[in-house]
Design a protein around this ligand. Structure first.
Ligand code: RP5
Length: 179
């Protein structure tokens, strides 16, 4: 008899984080941490639009069938990786421009953000890996509503920290005789 194990079992949220080179990894640690904290199963790999174009095409073409629901793609310099992946899939792609030593990431930002009409890539700030992860969580929360509550909690915690910093600033203003 065929096993029914696994059927009707709701799978958890799944993302992919693709980077153009392992040299991008330090920028992406925040992204990986946030996705882990939110319980998003994340496939992390190096894949280059220029150095391994066949792998990039294959990965993006097969991503949906492999259960991936959102792709974060990070690259520096002539950062074509997010756009190339987006060309091969209908999954949402978030691009992270990575700061390079020569043009401070402006090259990557413009390469990622200036997509032609028809192939959108959601672009975050230069080295904006943390926001890429949060945006991925927000996209995933459409199919995984439990993430929405976690996101609310994340924002509430963040607001609390801002208030603590405001309290500290008020104290300093007083100490410096401005109040
Ligand atoms: C890009 O070129 C990568 O995303 C990386 O940011 C940059 C440099 O790559 P490496 O020469 O360090 O491998 O494709």
């Amino acid at each position: 008899m065929a096993s029914t194990a696994g059927k009707n079992v709701k799978n958890g949220p799944k993302a992919a984080l693709v980077m153009g080179s392992d040299s991008d990894y330090p920028v992406l640690k925040d992204c990986i941490k946030i996705l882990k904290d939110f319980g998003v199963d994340t496939e992390v790999l190096v894949c280059s639009a220029h150095r391994t174009p066949d792998k990039a095409a294959r990965f993006a073409s097969e991503a949906e069938a492999n259960g991936i629901e959102v792709i974060i793609a990070a690259a520096g310099k002539a950062a074509h990786l997010p756009g190339v992946l987006a060309a091969y899939t209908t999954l949402p792609v978030i691009g992270v421009p990575v700061k390079s030593s020569t043009l401070d990431g402006l090259d990557a930002l413009l390469s990622i953000v200036q997509m032609p009409p028809g192939i959108p890539v959601a672009t975050v700030a230069i080295d904006g890996a943390l926001n890429a992860a949060l945006l991925a969580v927000q996209i995933l929360s459409g199919a995984h509503p439990e993430l929405r509550e976690k996101m609310r909690q994340y924002k509430a915690d963040m607001a609390k920290k801002v208030e603590q910093r405001n309290d500290e600033l008020q104290k300093k203003l007083q100490e410096d005789g401005f109040r």
